[in-house]
Design a protein around this ligand. Sequence first.
Ligand SMILES: [Zn+2]
Length: 238
Amino acid sequence: MFGRIPSFDFRALGAGLLHLMYPCLCVACGDDLPAGKSCFCFSCRLKLEPTGMHLQEENDFTHRLWGQLPVVHGASMYYFTRKSPIQRALHQLKYHNKPEVGIKLGREMGYLLAQSPYYRDIEVVVPVPLHPRKEQLRGYNQSAMFAEGISEVLGIPFDVRSLARKIYSESQTKKKRLDRFVNVETSFEVTRPSAFTGRHILLVDDVLTTGATLESCGQTILAVQGARLSLATIAIAV
Ligand SMILES: [Zn+2]
């Protein structure tokens, strides 16, 4: 008497409507993407070089900081090469007012770290602070966007208030520059040590190049009692 009520996939309809309102775009070329976890379109993904570092106990990342910074683990998602989709994505993130690119890449990193045995006891994600003047100009800190995406997927907090870049007055800067062993650009301070005491901290940045910034930032964090450190970046320069 009663026919079977046709089943209707409301979730698919919701996702479809959401996609119409907020289309998913490739973070490198801006092409339309099907809704899902991917940040890159098929053609950009083919040109990417994933590192697989999140599953390797030792890798190019940990070797670069060898003897300079004692870390639990370190990983980048992609190799950074000129004109690669990852260079284009980072350009969008830093110079084209696209904070969402950082959040999407952070989510992708979060999915990788969730599969890794080395990041299981991470308690807080901390971005490398940007110089306040730069952050004001850009409107956001790109590393904080990356941290937000990771934190969302791993379900752990991210903290942008406990670590700061040291600001020098002009006279202090001149004095410091005379001392060639002090790198004025990369001085940091922990403003709320209790946030890091006895914790495993994931410090994140956009690109690992020489490692000088992460080293300086990491040493500052490790000076807090009982703090342990792991590192993650979107890309590693080769
Ligand atoms: Zn693309």
